[in-house]
Design a protein around this ligand. Structure first.
Ligand SMILES: Nc1ncnc2c1ncn2[C@@H]1O[C@H](COP(=O)(O)OP(=O)(O)OP(=O)(O)O)[C@@H](O)[C@H]1O
Ligand SMILES: [Mg+2]
Length: 458
C-alpha cells in the first residue's frame, strides 16, 4: 500500500505585523465603491480608499496580474493601514504577504532569494484531484484481532470487515491492519459516514449519518450530522487543495532530499530551495493548469517601507513582474525625491523611474484635526483605553503637529502612565507627561543637532 500523503490544510500563511492596525476591518466602502467617511475602522482619506477599492475589484477579477501599485504619502497618513484593509477585502482565498523592505537584508540568504520566496508564497494554486474512495454509512464493523507477535497476551487489530451503505447500494469490504487501526483511533462505529482512500488507505470520519439510528436518537451528539451519501460505495470523487507555489517547492524539495541521511535525521534542513526544484514545480503546475487540474490564484505581495530596497532588489522585482507566475506587488513609501539605495541616483520616492513608470500610484494626504481625533478615538476603543475630552484634544494636536503614528504610540504610553498611578482614564496630564518623556522624529533630530559635537561618533 502506498504511503499516505498529507497535504497542509492551512493554505496560506498569513502573518501580519500590525499591532497598530488591529482596528482596520476593511476599506469602508459602500456598494458603489464610494468611501463612507467613517466605516470598518477607517476614517477620511477617501480618495486613496476608493482607489484601493478599485484595485481590490480588479485583483478579484484577475485583471491586475503582474502590475505594481505604489502607495505614496507622508509618514502616518495610513499607507500601511490601507494595505492591511486591502488584505481584509481580498478575503481568505487570495494569498497576501506583508514584509518590510529591510527584510531582504540577511546574512544567511541572498536578497533575491528572500524576494523569490515571498513572491512564491503569494501565488495560490488550487489543485483538483480525482481520487477513488469508498464512502458510505457504516452499518457493520467487525474488527478481528490477533495476538501481538512479541507479546501473545496482548491483542492487536489484524483486519476489519466493514459494511458501507449509500442511497444506492450496500457493500461489505475487508481491509488490513492499517485501516483497522485507523477505524479504532477515529472511534468509528455504526452510524458514522466514512471515507477510505482506495489508494492510500487513509480513513476519514465525516460525521454522523442523519438517517442512522444514532443520528436520530442522540440529539446532543456534538459531531457533525450529514446525510447518507449518494451513488455507489466505490466512486471517483473530486478533492480540492489550496496550496501556494512555495508550499509545492517545499514538498518537492523534501521529497528530493531523501536518502540515508533523512532516514536518521529526518531530512536535511536546507535554507534555500534550489532553482531546479522551482523549475520542476513551475513545469508541473503549468501541466496541471493546461490539463484543467489546477487553477492559479495570484495574490498580493505588500512591501512596506519599500525605499529600503536597493537597486538590485528593484531590478529583480522589475524582471519578476514580466514573468508568467507573478503576484500583484504593492510598494509603500514615505520618501519624496530620494536617493535610490545602493546608488547615487536621486529619483522620485527613491524608486527607479522605469518602475514608477509601470505602476499605478495611490497618494495619501495628511489628516485634518477632526479625522485625527476620530482615528485616535477608534484606536482608544480598540485598545480598551478610556480618555477624557482634553486628553483627546491634546493627543490630536500632537498628531497634527508631529505624526499620526507618534500620536497612536503616545496613546498607549499615556494609558500606561495612567495605569501606573492607578487610574483607568487618561487625562491631559498623562499625555503631556509622556510627550515630554519621549521624542518624535523632529525632536530627535533637533536634539541631535544641538548636541552633535558632544555625542560620540564612533
Ligand atoms: N484613514 C485611517 N483610518 C483609521 N486609522 C488610520 C487611518 N490612517 C492611519 N490610521 C492609523 O494611524 C496609524 C498610523 O498610520 P500608518 O502606520 O498606516 O501610516 P503610514 O502611512 O504607513 O506611515 P509610515 O510612512 O510612517 O509608514 C496607524 O495606527 C493606522 O492604523
Ligand atoms: Mg507604514
Amino acid at each position: 500500500m502506498a504511503a499516505i500523503r498529507e497535504l497542509p490544510t492551512t493554505p496560506v500563511s498569513k502573518f501580519e505585523r500590525i499591532g497598530a492596525h488591529t482596528h482596520i476591518k476593511g476599506l469602508g466602502l459602500d456598494e458603489n465603491l464610494k468611501a463612507v467617511k467613517i466605516k470598518d475602522g477607517m476614517v477620511g482619506q477617501e480618495k486613496a480608499r476608493e482607489a484601493a477599492g478599485l484595485v481590490v475589484k480588479m485583483i478579484k477579477e484577475g485583471k491586475l496580474s503582474g502590475k505594481c501599485i505604489i502607495l505614496a504619502g507622508p509618514p502616518g497618513t495610513g499607507k500601511t493601514a490601507i494595505a492591511v484593509a486591502v488584505s481584509k477585502e481580498l478575503g481568505e482565498n487570495v494569498p497576501f504577504i506583508q514584509m518590510s523592505g529591510s527584510e531582504i537584508y540577511s546574512t544567511e540568504r541572498k536578497k533575491t532569494e528572500v524576494l523569490i520566496e515571498a513572491i512564491r508564497k503569494c501565488i495560490g494554486v488550487e489543485i483538483h484531484e480525482m481520487r477513488k474512495v469508498y464512502e458510505g454509512e457504516v452499518t457493520m464493523v467487525d474488527i478481528r484481532t490477533a495476538p501481538h507477535p512479541y507479546n501473545p497476551y496482548q491483542k492487536v487489530p489484524e483486519s476489519v470487515r466493514l459494511t458501507l451503505k449509500t442511497r444506492e447500494e450496500e457493500k461489505t469490504i475487508e481491509a488490513g491492519t492499517s485501516i483497522a487501526q485507523q477505524i479504532i483511533a477515529e472511534g468509528i462505529s455504526e452510524g458514522h459516514v466514512i471515507q477510505i482512500d482506495a489508494e492510500t488507505g487513509r480513513v476519514a470520519n465525516l460525521g454522523l449519518c442523519l438517517e442512522s439510528q444514532k443520528g436520530k436518537t442522540y440529539d446532543v451528539d456534538t459531531r457533525r450530522k450529514i446525510p447518507r451519501p449518494n451513488g455507489k460505495v466505490l466512486k471517483e470523487k473530486e478533492f480540492v487543495y489550496m496550496l501556494t507555489l512555495a508550499d509545492l517547492d517545499e514538498l518537492n524539495a523534501r521529497q528530493r532530499s531523501g536518502g540515508l541521511f533523512s532516514l536518521f535525521f529526518g531530512g536535511s534542513e536546507s535554507k534555500e530551495i534550489d532553482t531546479e526544484v522551482r523549475m520542476a514545480v513551475d513545469q508541473q503546475v503549468k501541466e496541471w493548469v493546461d490539463s484543467g487540474k489546477a487553477f492559479i490564484h495570484p495574490g498580493v505581495l505588500f512591501i512596506d517601507d519599500a525605499h529600503l530596497l536597493d537597486l538590485e532588489a528593484f531590478s529583480f522585482l522589475g524582471r519578476a513582474m514580466e514573468s508568467e507566475l507573478v503576484p500583484i506587488i504593492i510598494l509603500a513609501t514615505n520618501r519624496g525625491v530620494a536617493r535610490i539605495r545602493g546608488t547615487d541616483i536621486r529619483s522620485p520616492l527613491g524608486f527607479p523611474v522605469d518602475l514608477i513608470d509601470r505602476s499605478v500610484i495611490i497618494a495619501t494626504q495628511p489628516y485634518d484635526l477632526e479625522s485625527i481625533k476620530e482615528i485616535l478615538r477608534i484606536r482608544a476603543s480598540e485598545e480598551k483605553i478610556k480618555l477624557d475630552k482634553d486628553a483627546l484634544e491634546k493627543l490630536a494636536e500632537v498628531g497634527s503637529k508631529s505624526s499620526m503614528r507618534y500620536a497612536v504610540q503616545l496613546l498607549s504610553l499615556a494609558a500606561q502612565n495612567a495605569k501606573s498611578s492607578s487610574r483607568d482614564k487618561i487625562t491631559v496630564e498623562d499625555v503631556q507627561r509622556v510627550d515630554e518623556l519621549f521624542m518624535d522624529v523632529s525632536e530627535a533630530a533637533e536634539y541631535l543637532r544641538k548636541y552633535e559635537e558632544k555625542l560620540m561618533v564612533h
